[in-house]
Design a protein around this ligand. Structure first.
Ligand code: BDR
Ligand code: CA
Length: 317
């Protein structure tokens, strides 16, 4: 049976690929996309989510807009990486499906509470504001969801500061709430996603897969590559967010380790750091785990397959 997921995202070039991977993979049942201010303003990322679903022909999938800023801190975006629109580098189709009514946090709660227990997986790929707000508004969702597989944080790395990753750094209080609730959380952080590089070989393959859609993704990657070259001293861009969905499709894509994770919220150079305790022995009952390794070939195979499936009309509509 396909795994029911909700993508909570801030598209974003790599969020867009995560949406396409979900839509194009038969192992996934995408119930909806919720949006959060992050890579760009809430209005922009919400439009982008709808446009990407339009591009994929997946207009039955609802999009609900959520929080436009972090819980405590001022809004900060990643225009340096994703451009002024949040998805610079491509011409987006105009969404035909109107934005769905209802705040994302309310919709998340209603959807989780009205589905069977332990059937829905939350997949946050932006700041964790909506998820933390949902937990505070309706604490029963913690028992009710199957698991949370999030892109954010890092064990050994940082991109928005020397030791903090963007999604966690932007709203560290929200991240602290999410990691400290006793649900099953998989942190897919930079230790994994900095291995998910869109090399020129990979990009050529994507460009030649699924006709126009492959070209669309390749144009996204052209912009993303330049951003990462100019701002982060990367040669090839790391395609972070789809690593979450790939892990749900095929757990073999990641190597993981169970360990506690807490978030540093005090002011100072470590603000937003995810502190993972890797000291042994591993506790198999720990409710949090971190991704450490990525099977590069499996990961890109899944993305190529999803693009082909969508182009063949076999994606979710
Ligand atoms: C994360 O930050 C965003 O810019 C990306 O979309 C990804 O979710 C990587 O740190
Ligand atoms: Ca993102």
């Amino acid at each position: 049976m396909a795994e029911k997921i909700i993508l909570d995202s801030d598209p974003g070039h790599d969020d867009a690929v995560a949406i396409l991977l979900a839509v194009g993979s038969p192992e996934i049942d995408l119930l909806g996309v919720t949006t959060v201010g992050g890579n760009q303003s809430l209005d922009k990322v919400t439009y982008n989510a709808r446009a990407v679903l339009e591009e994929a022909g997946a207009t039955s999938i609802p999009v609900h807009a959520g929080c436009d800023r972090p819980i405590l801190r001022p809004m900060e975006n990643a225009a340096s990486i994703h451009g002024q629109t949040g998805l610079d580098g491509v011409d987006l189709p105009k969404p035909t499906r109107p934005l769905d009514e209802g705040h994302a946090v309310n919709w998340l709660i209603d959807t989780i509470m009205s589905n069977d227990p332990k059937t829905i997986t939350l997949v946050p790929t932006g700041p964790l504001t909506n998820i933390a707000m949902a937990v505070r508004m309706e604490p029963r969702i913690v028992d009710r969801v199957k698991r949370v597989v999030l892109m954010g944080g890092a064990v050994h790395d940082g991109n928005w500061s020397p030791c903090a990753e963007f999604n966690v750094k932007i709203d560290p209080e929200a991240a602290k709430i999410v990691f400290n609730e006793p649900w099953d959380v998989t942190m897919v952080g930079l230790d994994v996603t900095h291995k998910a590089l869109c090399t020129p070989e990979v990009q050529k393959r994507i460009e030649n897969t699924g006709g126009e859609l492959g070209v669309f993704v390749s144009h996204l990657m052209d912009f993303f590559r330049k951003s990462y070259q100019d701002n982060q001293d990367f040669v090839d861009p790391p395609v972070h967010d789809p690593c979450t969905v790939a892990y749900i499709i095929d757990p073999q894509v990641l190597t993981t380790r169970r360990c506690t994770v807490d978030v540093q919220c005090g002011e100072g150079p470590a603000l937003g750091m995810t502190v993972a305790d890797l000291r042994g022995p591993e506790d198999p009952t720990c409710h949090t785990q971190v991704g450490l390794g990525l099977d590069f070939d499996r990961f890109w195979d899944l993305i190529a397959d999803a693009i082909q499936n969508i182009a063949d009309g076999k994606g979710q509509h």
